[in-house]
Design a protein. Structure first.
Length: 92
């Protein structure tokens, strides 16, 4: 996901997102965790362009959890000196 072109991610999002959202409700905690990390990767690839897709498909509590992990990922990138591939508007 990290190497994927953001336009490719955006183009496939409507097809992939329902399965990832369904995995969020899986009884296996490892599957749920993988779903969260996948959604965080989507956000890190697309920036704010991902939010309308996430908000429409996730419950408020799921959205809160994803937002927490997005914040953690952003802090980790800042601390490691990685430059994000998008600005606040999601533009390259």
């Amino acid at each position: 996901m990290k190497l994927a072109c953001r336009y490719s991610v955006l183009g496939q999002l409507d097809m992939v997102l329902p399965g990832v959202v369904a995995a969020f409700s899986n009884p296996d905690p490892d599957v749920r965790k993988a779903a969260v990390f996948c959604l965080v990767d989507v956000y890190m690839s697309l920036g704010e362009q991902a939010m309308p897709h996430l908000v429409k498909d996730l419950t408020p509590s799921q959205m809160k959890l994803v937002t927490i992990y997005i914040g953690r990922q952003q802090r980790e990138r800042e601390e490691s000196g990685q430059v994000s591939s998008f600005n606040g508007s999601g533009a390259l």
